[in-house]
Design a protein around this ligand. Sequence first.
Ligand SMILES: NC(=O)C1=CN([C@@H]2O[C@H](COP(=O)(O)OP(=O)(O)OC[C@H]3O[C@@H](n4cnc5c(N)ncnc54)[C@H](OP(=O)(O)O)[C@@H]3O)[C@@H](O)[C@H]2O)C=CC1
Ligand SMILES: O=C1O[C@H](COP(=O)(O)O)[C@@H](O)[C@H](O)[C@H]1O
Length: 499
Amino acid sequence: MAQQTPKSIIVIFGATGDLAKRKLFPSIFRLYRENKISEDFAVVGVARREWSNEEFRGNVQKSISNLPTFGKDAEKFASHFHYLPFDVTNIESYQNLNGLLSELDEQYNVPGNRIFYLAMAPEFFGPIASNLKQEGLTATKGWSRLVIEKPFGHDYDSAEELNEQIRHAFDEDQIYRIDHYLGKEMVQNIEVIRFANSMFEALWNNQYISNIQITSSETLGVEDRGRYYESSGALLDMVQNHIMQVVALLAMEPPIKLTPDEIRSEKVKVLRALRSVTAEEVNDYFVRGQYGKGVMDGEEVIGYREENAVDPESNTATFVAGKLMIDNFRWAGVPFYIRTGKRMTEKSTEVVVQFKDLPMNLYRDKSADLQPNLLVIHIQPDEGITLHLNAKKETGGATSTPVKLDYNNSSDKMNTPEAYERLIYDCMLGDATNFTHWDEVALSWKFVDTISEAWSKEKATNFPNYESGSMGPKESDKLLAENGFHWWSVKPVADSDSE
Ligand SMILES: NC(=O)C1=CN([C@@H]2O[C@H](COP(=O)(O)OP(=O)(O)OC[C@H]3O[C@@H](n4cnc5c(N)ncnc54)[C@H](OP(=O)(O)O)[C@@H]3O)[C@@H](O)[C@H]2O)C=CC1
Ligand SMILES: O=C1O[C@H](COP(=O)(O)O)[C@@H](O)[C@H](O)[C@H]1O
């Protein structure tokens, strides 16, 4: 199929900021180098700083200078970038932007197609959307799409309020709520692994699966985001969005078609079937943690409470583990264990599907090491799948030995598109499959709200309760142990099997 090269102008609100520099410019450059966008495109950066076009283009070039494909095209690429000093609270700014966009439509032969990418603090999302509409920036012959970064609210009520604000200006199908996990290769692969393999789909239920584990661990601490993180913590920062999306993809029924509406409708059913947890039950189902100091890579690192812009008595969780139950026919009785945290042993995101044991072990008299079958989906940094089986191995004698079948998807890392690259391209094509619909966001907030409310009312007296460089507090192990399980390794494919 011929590659599509959509024509559009991308307006980046917050173009002098961190996200634009680290993710957006490099992703647009990669799309350009891969000929996924034609020469008929422009990017308009807006922010308060009084930059000139030249200054902006210099910054764009700097942000892509360490990419392997950086070369002579960089200057030509940067020439498509234009800068407009802009205050999002000032109506005149929108009028100036409208004038510039009309000129650029002519110059780049773009038929009024516009992406408004809001890479700004969330309190501006609603006002920007209304002003864009009010000042006529969306009234073109082409299409207009609004890309919204996280966080989408800080609880259900604020998310609903924000949604209402942006829905006054944009229809649901014009709104692209970014969840960058949905742009990751192996997260997208979950659907393919499930729905393109009869052997997995047949076993994908409570008759054959004992539990599913999702781990997203980070080695970094909170860095310079202390102010934001204090009000979010791991629950809002990672669980409400990324982890819940992965749960929905793992648990959903096969959609009747691979369209955004059908997939969303199945994901929504999973989120509706999540067993809600009462305030009294929160600590039976969820564990929170906060990192203290420790040693990582041979260097001493400070604890969360010593980080910049963090309250020295902070109650914010930098680690969350939980047991999610999905009360439907397919999943009744199967716990979905999740855990995520900062300053953990390694940077890794993995899904482990543990299959039930056989009714009897025929090899027990041969003191065989019979392990449960596991399907491991390596999301990052390795990308691939490992199937853990038992087989006779010559070196293991005439008995059963655990063996692994590996598929490595990351051999060509240079050319694997980055999550943001995929998502920006999808947005240009008008494909909202890998963006979150309001229904999903709403259900996810409703589930998470009980937990965050309970935790905000009850101070964690044991914080900090895990050392930097560890796998989180020991209570997270107990969560599984009480059902006879344990966390499987988050180590890369080639390393050992279990912790
Ligand atoms: N950085 C990251 O890795 C990630 C960020 N996000 C989300 O992306 C969004 C942006 O984050 P990030 O880039 O880190 O934030 P930054 O603080 O680095 O950037 C904010 C931007 O907003 C501009 N700005 C602030 N006030 C105004 C105003 N009144 N009018 C016009 N421009 C203004 C700033 O420019 P100036 O000062 O020149 O006005 C700057 O360009 C946030 O919603 C964040 O949650 C999501 C995931 C990851
Ligand atoms: O959204 C966020 O995600 C990152 C982790 O993303 P990953 O792609 O590196 O797994 C996390 O560090 C950040 O706190 C959070 O806001």
